[in-house]
Ligand binder design. Sequence first.
Ligand code: DQA
Length: 163
Amino acid sequence: MPGLYYLSLLRHTIIARIIKRSCMKIAIINGPNLNLLGKRETDVYGNMPFESYLDQLKGLFPSVSFSYFQSNIEGELVNELQRAGFDCDAIVLNPAAYTHTSVAIGDAIAAIKAPVVEVHISNVHAREDFRKFSYVSAKSAGSIFGLGLKGYELAVRWILDPK
Ligand code: DQA
């Protein structure tokens, strides 16, 4: 009976989605100088070190398996994008200053399988003109900027429930 077939298909789809959602692997990748969060230009970036924020994020999403990588070196960021891009379900990326300069990071995003959400803590469009251009936005699923560290949480929420 076609009705029964569709019902069973629907059940399988729902179960597959629940399983996928319950063991999501999300990579968070931060670019240069973001290791200084909490100390660096606190009027722009706030007082919290990223490691403390990451603990909060893990607490909010206990079913997500997070990996975290930060580097001040462009090639290391490309390497991590290539690694996570075929291993993780999605990537939350703040390329920091490389956003505005790195063709290599833009190309890496285009090359990988996992969708990337671009996050900026500050409102890059309300700052210097050079921060308005991004090599990353056009290759990303979407971008969040100006919402502080909460942007990372919002990115994860979208990854878990994009509809
Ligand atoms: C940043 C914005 C960039 O323009 C800047 O170079 C950074 C941080 C942000 O999160 O607001 O280092 O990506």
